[in-house]
Design a protein around this ligand. Structure first.
Ligand SMILES: Cc1cc2nc3c(=O)[nH]c(=O)nc-3n(C[C@H](O)[C@H](O)[C@H](O)COP(=O)(O)OP(=O)(O)OC[C@H]3O[C@@H](n4cnc5c(N)ncnc54)[C@H](O)[C@@H]3O)c2cc1C
Length: 321
């Protein structure tokens, strides 16, 4: 039998631990496995991609692909080349003893040590609460949406509502104006916009309602919005809550002061790294929260980390560093 030609650090059995099995983590895992690295991906089953009813902006899938199908295909791809995928929650992370690698503790108490680390932990979407209708079914039916860049096109020329009282909501409504002349900004509590901002929305043809929302009722094809002081609920084809998202950057924070005031990991982390041997990729990084971006950053983080490991092992040309 041919000897295994992979460079092995005798101390740690695993080259790379990736936290997250969304598009970023799975791409990184597939690349690293194809670089013949011993790589394990740990995830807690909550990739946002699993929510995507059908994505139509992933290059090569003009008819679209359902998020769960994409994740299943990407998982199979990574596993086929030797990545290991484990479902668990990573609760703690720390630099290893004598600055050697990283040590993590999982929810069941197990520990995993690795020479390098990729954090692809995504974000949590801040959700709207419905008064009737199942939230996830409404997302699947497209009457409740969270990502105008992803699916605004699918609502071209429809009646679109944006729920949000502040500049973020106004900006989202303005963005959706490209798709429809019928865009209405609805305050969650009360409108917190200046006269100038209201003027900008009016000039673009975005309606702004003043009354606060009393009820959100989703049916198969319609979102009914009941506004304080109005006798009848308003009907929309879709509603976009503009509540933003919360980065899942708590593991990065355990390694040092590495995150920005909004809780995001800085943009350069997929290419320049966060610490020696630590990279990040995907939504958890400041920037455009999209599958294609997560895939690109996953590939980049994996390659940079592989090269860093080669450097540690003395497998690079000194003049090329
Ligand atoms: C409803 C909806 C529709 C969307 N539609 C589209 C679309 O059409 N096109 C598009 O490009 N984008 C779309 N997006 C955005 C897209 O889903 C994200 O950009 C993409 O999933 C980001 O990939 P990621 O790998 O960075 O993060 P995620 O896919 O969110 O994966 C994060 C991973 O980290 C894991 N994780 C986090 N913390 C821990 C921990 N402590 N321990 C273990 N595991 C952990 C999670 O389990 C998960 O596996 C949509 C999002 C939503 C919510």
């Amino acid at each position: 039998m041919k000897a295994d030609s992979r460079s092995a650090d005798e101390g740690l059995a695993l080259d790379v631990l990736i936290v997250g099995a969304g598009p970023a983590g799975l791409t990184a895992g597939m690349y690293l496995a194809r670089y013949r690295r011993r790589v394990r991906i740990v995830h807690d089953g909550s990739s946002r991609a699993l929510w995507v009813p059908r994505s139509r902006n992933i290059p090569g899938f003009p008819e679209g692909i359902a998020g769960p199908d994409l994740i299943a295909r990407m998982s199979d791809h990574a596993v086929r080349y030797g990545a290991e995928i484990v479902e668990s929650r990573v609760e703690e992370i720390a630099c290893g003893q004598n600055d050697e690698g990283f040590s993590t503790r999982l929810a069941d108490g197990a520990t995993i040590d690795a020479r390098g680390l990729i954090l692809a932990t995504g974000v949590d979407t801040n959700l709207a609460e419905l008064d009737s209708g199942d939230h996830n079914v409404a997302v699947r039916n497209g009457v409740l949406r969270y990502c105008p860049i992803c699916d605004g096109f699918e609502h071209s020329d429809e009646r679109i509502a944006v729920l949000g009282s502040d500049l973020h909501g106004a900006a989202e409504a303005m963005f959706l104006r490209q798709y429809s002349r019928d865009v209405t900004l609805i305050p969650k509590w009360q409108v917190a916009l200046t006269d100038r901002q209201r003027g900008e929305l009016a000039a673009s043809g975005v309606d702004v309602l003043e009354g606060r929302v009393l009820r959100l009722d989703a049916t198969e094809a319609t979102m009914f919005v009941t506004i304080e002081g109005e006798a009848e609920p308003r009907r929309f084809d879709t509603l976009y809550p503009a509540f933003g998202s919360t980065p899942r950057s708590e593991l990065a924070a355990m390694l040092g002061p590495l995150i920005d005031p909004k809780g995001c990991i800085p943009f350069g982390a997929f290419s320049d790294g966060l610490l020696p041997g630590v990279y990040a990729a995907g939504d958890v990084i400041e920037g455009l929260d999209q599958i294609s971006v997560a895939i690109g950053q996953g590939a980049m983080a994996a390659t940079r980390l592989h090269n860093w490991l080669r450097e540690q092992d003395g497998h690079v040309m000194a003049d090329q560093k």
